[in-house]
Write a protein that binds this ligand. Structure first.
Ligand code: AMP
Ligand code: MG
Length: 489
């Protein structure tokens, strides 16, 4: 494990031509302090966790001091925002320090989010507030704990420097790790400018670094689009199955590796409602929960257009046609597993649909209902009261549970084995808005960061019973209804 000075930087993105990025230095923040440090993520870059105790640690991860080997830059990209093309975006407040190669040979981007203005800041201040940094830090690690591809979070540093949003808040820097921060919009920017050679340069770079098995193929660009399509389809199924809503699925927030990233106003669904909108700034619900799978495809069509100078139209269509079947296959598999089924039959999608319908009618807590279903007693006379009580229309639940019981009869395993399988896929703990809010308020008002660390540890093991943390699985208290999450971050 390495000291800060020994991190093994090997900066491949910085070696691309200047048209792909802008070199710059982070803008220092006064008197930075460490808010939270994530030892699990530190291992990804071979960083010795003891380094977090160094007095100059926070200086390095606000960007006040530069790590040896870093070549800081902001990445250029464009994007479709809420359906409208914005020709130039780019990292307006994120600075890529460089890529660290770990002992296993993996390269990890080390990026500071909130490290000051960049040539792409437009009217923004280049900063991130503590509140949203805590939310992203916790959610990216929660998603990782759930087994969903995501960027990771190494640490948060804070400063008392004031930042103006709807109210005065304080600045923070989130250090993000990811195998790549290239987005759909990274290609769109060159397509909109007619710079087709740059599209090929970027595609070749991405293929060489992330899809090397495609590099020698004559159809490599088509196969690359296919990989992104398949990964995105799977990611959307994973989001739907866990009840996650991203909130701002603009093409500049879509990873070419199919990672969840650029966490803004995300939310985990609580009472089941397919029309759930987690983002207060999206009143029309373009990015509502039930829209996500089709938006994933819409965004892929934007990527396909940006790659059109490299791929025949017909081939691109064929690739995109593979999205819906892949999505439905993954979704059926994931939902079938949530019901504890060993093998998914065509009819099972109806069993899932009818459960979701009665959950919708009762706004049943999505996470807790599925977790509780692991305790379903399949004996003919069992009442399953605890589950039944979560529905307003008890008769509707009884009808559904009869159908479920019949279906379980076709399976070979008993209730106990089924519960073990279900508990491994139905999380007990998710990052509920009220849990994040409690951590944020303690951090903001008392400069007490212990709740962040507690949630980080809890959410790293979301499927495990953690008896002393039982209360963290509770559905939201009434005050949580007032929490508003918007694009402001
Ligand atoms: P988002 O949808 O939050 O990922 O951000 C969309 C674009 O706005 C990206 O180019 C961001 O870098 C930029 N941006 C967001 N907040 C700020 C800020 N406070 N200062 C500068 N740029 C920002
Ligand atoms: Mg973004």
């Amino acid at each position: 494990m390495n000291r800060l000075e020994q991190l093994n930087f090997d900066n491949t993105f910085a070696s691309l031509p200047d048209s792909f990025h802008s070199r710059l230095s982070p803008t220092p923040l006064p008197d930075p302090y460490l808010v939270s440090f994530n030892t699990n993520a530190a291992q990804l870059i071979d960083l010795d966790s003891a380094e977090a105790a160094r007095p100059d640690f926070a200086e390095h991860f606000t960007g006040n001091r530069l790590l040896p080997g870093a070549e800081p830059l902001s990445m250029l990209y464009a994007g479709h925002q809420f359906g409208h093309f914005v020709p130039q975006l780019g990292d307006g407040r994120a600075i890529l320090l460089g890529e660290v190669r770990n002992r296993s040979g993996e390269l990890w981007d080390v990026q500071l989010k909130g490290a000051g203005v960049t040539p792409y800041s437009r009217d923004g201040d280049g900063r991130a507030v503590l509140r949203s940094s805590i939310r992203e830090y916790l959610c990216s690690e929660a998603m990782h704990g759930l087994g969903i591809p995501t960027s990771r979070a190494l640490c948060i540093t804070g400063s008392d420097e004031e930042v103006y949003r709807e109210r005065i808040e304080t600045a923070a820097v989130l250090t993000r790790l990811a195998p790549s921060h290239v987005r759909f919009g990274s290609f769109e920017v060159f397509f909109s400018r007619g710079q087709h050679d740059q599209i090929a340069t970027l595609a070749d770079y991405v293929i060489a670094r992330h899809f090397p098995h495609l590099a020698g193929d004559n159809d490599k660009y088509q196969l690359f689009l296919n990989e992104v399509t398949q990964r995105t389809a799977k990611l959307m199924a994973q989001w739907q199955a866990v009840g996650f809503s991203h909130g701002v699925m603009n093409t500049d927030n879509m990873s070419i590796l199919g990672l969840t990233f650029d966490y803004g106003p995300f939310g985990f669904m609580e009472g089941y409602d397919p029309g759930y909108i987690c983002n207060h700034s999206d009143p029309r619900g373009r990015y509502a929960y039930d829209q996500q799978p089709q938006i994933g495809l819409w965004n892929l069509a934007c990527l396909a257009q940006a790659l059109s100078p490299l791929i025949e139209k017909q081939q691109a269509h064929e690739v995109l046609d593979g999205y819906a079947p892949a999505y439905h296959r993954h979704y059926a598999e994931l939902m079938g597993a949530k019901l504890g089924l060993e093998k998914i039959l065509d009819e099972d999608i109806q069993l899932i649909g009818s459960l979701l319908q009665i959950m919708h009618d009762s706004r049943t807590d999505y996470t807790n209902l599925f977790r509780g279903l692991g305790n379903f007693d399949s004996a003919p006379d069992a009442a399953n009261e605890t589950l039944r009580d979560q529905f307003i229309d008890r008769a509707a639940f009884d009808a559904w549970s009869s159908a479920y019981r019949v279906r379980l009869k076709q399976e070979s395993c008993n209730d106990r084995e089924r519960k073990a399988r279900m508990d491994a896929v139905n999380p007990k703990y998710i990052l509920r808005n009220y849990l994040a809010q409690n951590a944020i308020e303690r951090a903001e008002k008392q400069r007490d960061f212990s709740e962040i660390d507690r949630l980080l540890a809890l959410l790293a093991r979301p499927f495990d019973e953690q008896t002393e943390m039982e209360s963290y699985a509770a559905a939201p208290p009434d005050w949580a209804r007032q929490i508003e999450v918007s694009c402001s971050s």
